[in-house]
Design a protein around this ligand. Structure first.
Ligand SMILES: Cc1cc2nc3c(=O)[nH]c(=O)nc-3n(C[C@H](O)[C@H](O)[C@H](O)COP(=O)(O)O)c2cc1C
Length: 325
C-alpha cells in the first residue's frame, strides 16, 4: 500500500461522530470525513459539537457554501478544533444545494471556488481539497473539470476526489445521481495523467477487495461510501486485506467495543436512536440480519439501557465473518 490512502466518503445522515466511532473500531487506517456541513450551519452550531476526538484523527471536514468570507471564518475555527483538512463540496446535485448556489453547480464557477481557497488559506494553514464530479449534464467532455482543477490548483488546492460520474442537475434525484450517470474510471485516469503533480482519489462504485486492488494502483487512493455503510464487515476486510492489519474481530467483539463507547455517550444524553442507527447492517447478508434489526429496534423503541446491545443471543454471535466476497 505504501502511501496509498482509502477515505470513507462523506455521507449526510451517516458519517456522524457515532458512525465514525464504529468505523474506527474496525479500522485504524481508513481516513475519516464528516458529513457535508454548510458554512452557515457551521457558524451557527454550538462549537462543542465540533471538537475532534483523538480517535477520529485524521478527520477531514467537508464544507459547502457560496460566500468566500464565510469559508475564511469557518477555517479559523476548524483549525482550532483539530481537523486535518478542509474539503469543498463541488459535487452535490440536490436541488436544495443548487438553490443555495453551491455543490455541483459550482463546477461552472472556478473563479469563485478559487476565492474560497484563498480565504481559507488566509485564515488557516490547513490543506484544502475538492470533491467533485466528472462534469455536468449528459455531455462526456472534461472541459469543466480541467478548468476547475487548473484554476483551483493555482489558488492552492493540490488534492481532488473525483466521483467518476457526471452530475445531472435537472430532473435526477441525488439518489439517482449516484446510480444513473455512467461510471467512467478511465476518464478519471485521463485527468490524473494530465495533472501528474496533483493527488487524485477515485470515488464511486468500488464494492470489493478485487476492485480496490485493481484501481488503487492507478490513483493516490480511493474513496468508498455505500459499500462500507451497507456492509460494515467490508471495512474489516479492507483493514485486513488491503492495510494488512492483524486485526481480528468477531461481530460480538465489535458490538462489545461499541457498547463501551455508546454507554459513555448515552450518559451524556445522546439518544439510543442516534447511537444505534448505524449498527443495523452489522449482520448484513447473514441469517441473523432480521433478528438483529428487530433486536436493535426494540432497544430504541423501548428506550432500554444501551448496554443491552451486548445481550444479543450468543448463537447469533457465533456466525463467522465470512460473508463478504
Ligand atoms: C446517504 C448519502 C449521503 C451523501 N452525502 C454526501 C455528502 O455529504 N457530501 C458529498 O460530497 N457526497 C455525499 N454523498 C456521496 C458520496 O460521498 C459518494 O460520492 C457516493 O456515494 C459515491 O461513492 P460510493 O459509490 O462509494 O458510495 C452521499 C452519498 C450517500 C449515499
Amino acid at each position: 500500500m505504501n502511501d496509498k490512502r482509502i477515505y470513507l466518503a462523506p455521507m449526510v445522515g451517516r458519517t456522524d461522530e457515532y458512525y465514525r466511532a464504529l468505523v474506527r473500531i474496525m479500522s485504524k487506517n481508513i481516513y475519516l470525513y464528516t458529513e457535508m456541513i454548510t458554512c452557515d450551519a457551521f457558524l451557527h452550531t454550538d462549537r462543542k459539537h465540533y471538537k475532534v476526538n483523538s480517535r477520529e484523527k485524521d478527520l477531514t471536514i467537508q464544507l459547502a457554501g457560496s460566500d468566500p468570507k464565510k469559508y475564511g471564518k469557518c477555517a479559523k475555527i476548524i483549525e482550532e478544533h483539530g481537523y486535518s483538512e478542509i474539503n469543498l463540496n463541488i459535487g452535490c446535485p440536490s436541488t436544495k444545494v443548487i438553490k443555495g448556489d453551491f455543490g455541483a453547480c459550482l463546477m461552472n464557477s472556478p473563479e469563485l471556488v478559487s476565492e474560497f481557497i484563498y480565504e481559507i488559506k488566509l485564515s488557516s494553514s490547513l490543506p484544502v481539497s475538492i470533491k467533485t464530479r466528472l462534469g455536468l449534464g449528459y455531455e462526456h467532455n472534461l472541459n469543466l473539470l480541467y478548468n476547475l482543477i487548473d484554476q483551483t490548483h493555482k489558488a492552492g488546492c493540490n488534492k481532488f476526489f473525483i466521483h467518476a460520474r457526471n452530475a445531472i442537475l435537472d430532473g435526477l434525484s441525488p439518489k439517482k445521481n449516484r446510480k444513473i450517470p455512467l461510471l467512467r474510471y478511465s476518464d478519471v485516469l485521463e485527468v490524473k495523467k494530465s495533472f501528474p503533480f496533483l493527488a487524485f482519489y477515485l470515488n464511486g462504485g468500488v464494492e470489493s477487495i478485487s476492485e480496490i486492488k485493481k484501481n488503487i494502483v492507478n490513483f493516490d487512493g480511493l474513496m468508498i461510501g455505500r459499500s462500507i455503510y451497507d456492509n460494515p464487515i467490508f471495512m474489516l476486510q479492507i483493514e485486513q486485506e488491503i492495510f494488512k492489519s492483524e486485526v481480528s474481530l468477531t461481530r460480538k467483539d465489535i458490538i462489545e467495543k461499541y457498547a463501551v463507547y455508546a454507554l459513555e455517550k448515552s450518559n451524556q444524553g445522546i439518544s439510543n436512536y442516534l447511537l444505534l442507527r448505524h449498527l443495523f447492517s452489522l449482520y448484513y447478508n447473514t441469517s441473523s440480519s432480521k433478528k438483529w434489526k428487530k433486536f436493535l429496534h426494540d432497544i430504541i423503541q423501548s428506550n432500554k439501557d444501551i448496554n443491552n446491545i451486548t445481550s444479543f443471543e450468543e448463537s447469533f454471535y457465533e456466525e463467522k465473518i465470512t460473508t463478504y466476497g
